[in-house]
Structures are given as C-alpha cells and as structure tokens.
Design a protein around this ligand. Structure first.
Ligand code: AMP
Length: 289
C-alpha cells in the first residue's frame, strides 16, 4: 500500500493505473476510521480492482463554530487499518496541497443549488458547498471510475449524485447503507466525543428514524405526524437538544405537504449532545398506489 501526499503524485499514479486498464475506486473520508468506513472500503473492493481511500479533514466544510480544530486525526492508525484491508493507496494531502492559497482564499467553488435548503444544509450554511468542492477536487485528483459514499450522510449523497449528473462526471456512485452499533446508533467519528451517559441516550436518533420508517410503511401520509412521532422519541433523551426532525422528498430534498403513494422520502434528525452534533436518517418508499 502506498501513502501519497501530493496532488501531482496522486494524479500520476491514477493515470498509470488507468493506462493498465485497472478499474479505480475512491472512498473519500475525513479519517478517524470506524467500521462504517471499512464497510465502504470493502464495497469499493467489490466494484473495482484498485482502491484509493482519501483522508482529508476538509476545512471548507466546517462552519466557524464547528469542530474543525478538534476533529479527531489519527493518520497512523487509519493507515494501518487500511493496509490490513488491502487498500492500494491512501491519499492524505495537507491543507496546502488541496488549497494552495489557503482555504479562506479559495475562489472556485462547486455549489449544487436548492438541495441544501433543508435538513443539515439549513443549519450548516456553506457546508455542502465545501463538501461538493472538495469531492470535485478529489475526483479530479484520484480519477476514479467508482466512488463510494455512506447513506448515513443521505443529503450529502443526494447532492453529490446531482453534482455528478450536472457536471457529467463519468463516475459510478455507490451508496452504502448505514453501519450501526448493536443498539442502533449510527457509527460516526464524532461518537467518540460523547460521555457515557450521552452515548446511552444517543440511541434515540436511530429509534426516531426507525419509527418514521414504520409509520410511513404503515401508510402514514402526514409529515407533521411523522415529525411528531420522531420528536416524541427524541424527547426521551433529557440530554438531547433537537436541531431538526424533518421529512422531505428523497430527490428534491424539499418538504412534502402530504406523502404520495409510492413516493420516496427521506426522514432525518439532527441532535446535539452538548457540543456534539449527531445525525441519522432513513430513505423510505411509501406504500404503492
Ligand atoms: P466522514 O469521514 O465522516 O466524512 O465519512 C466518510 C464516508 O463514510 C462518508 O461517505 C460517510 O457517509 C461514510 N460513513 C460515515 N459513517 C458511516 C456509517 N455509520 N455507515 C456507513 N457509512 C458511513
């Protein structure tokens, strides 16, 4: 396994593998890898014969009061875990490599309009612009045929899908279902911030979206009833501060007034425990007409 730190070296490596006829997969991450990330890597393996995992804590997707500075960084451990999985390349650039003039002086952005108006986008202005910009850069640097993302970040996945379509990236996108702890909590690098009591109470996120799934599959069509059911479950956690509980159309990511038969929707929640922000969500197809 090679660890590549520069854009030029990564592009040269990817081009050489492409010339050999290899099928390249990319798994973009911010590191502090957990079993969810490793499932993405195994999925990438199954769809390609060369796997690059990028590890880059991208400053432009963090808001001024978010956790960029304290985000966990454990490159050595991550590299060892990826080596054991048979990954071909770890691309771990510095901020200077990715933003030569510094992130604050970046002028070129990739921004997918409208799809960030609700869910996380509403509360994290500029977040998805940072995500799509860095993913576009990573696509241009790692030159994958296939890119693998987690559906845990459902809004991110839909926005990246739209970017790939609109910018004609010749890249197959694969979304991997959320990997969870035995009690249902979605694995996240941010779970390490939780106190033992917060960790216990964090189970309400998965319970809330699971309740939404069950209600929709049972034929509930009123988003406000589904939101209320999610809020009631979240209220069982006294340490939780709810940022949002929402039901939107899965493609437009806009609120729905009534769920239509056969409509695909996304139910999502974001909750703070202290300064730690956790999200969870599910795609659900309403029962057919
Ligand atoms: P991150 O390092 O948090 O930016 O995540 C990198 C990739 O891993 C993203 O595509 C995430 O959606 C995905 N991911 C994070 N947590 C999980 C999880 N619990 N299950 C599946 N994918 C995940």
């Amino acid at each position: 396994m090679e660890v590549i730190r520069t854009v030029k070296a990564m592009q040269a490596h990817a081009d050489a593998r492409r010339r050999e006829g290899r099928r390249l997969a990319l798994v973009p991450t911010m590191g502090a890898l957990h079993a969810g990330h490793l499932t993405l890597v195994r999925t990438a393996r199954a769809h390609a014969d060369h796997v690059t995992v990028s590890i880059f804590v991208n400053p432009t997707q963090f808001g001024p009061n978010e956790d960029y500075a304290r985000y966990p960084r454990r490159l050595e451990q991550d590299v060892a875990a990826l080596e054991a999985l048979g990954v071909d390349v770890v691309f771990a650039p510095t901020v200077e490599e990715m933003y030569p003039d510094g992130p604050a002086a970046n002028l070129t952005w990739v921004y997918v309009e409208k799809l960030d108006a609700h869910l996380c986008g509403r509360y994290r202005p500029g977040h998805f612009r940072g995500v799509t910009t860095v993913v576009a850069k990573l696509f241009n640097i790692c030159r994958p045929h296939v890119a693998v993302f987690g559906l845990k970040d459902a809004q991110q996945f839909q926005i990246i899908r739209r970017m790939v379509r609109d910018l004609h990236y010749d890249i197959e996108l694969i979304g991997v279902p959320t990997v969870r702890e035995p009690d249902g909590l979605a694995l996240s690098s941010r779970n390490t911030y939780l106190s033992p009591e917060e960790r216990k109470q964090a189970v309400v996120l998965s319970q809330a979206v699971e309740a939404a799934r069950q209600a929709i599959e049972a034929g509930e069509q009123r988003p406000e009833a589904i939101v209320e059911a999610m809020r009631q479950i979240l209220a069982r956690a006294p340490l939780a501060r709810v940022q949002y509980a929402e039901v939107v159309d899965a493609e437009t990511l806009q609120p729905v007034t009534r769920i239509r038969p056969g409509q695909r929707v996304l139910a999502g929640v974001a909750v703070f425990f202290g300064d730690t922000r956790l999200i969870d969500n599910v795609f659900v197809e309403a029962p057919g007409a």
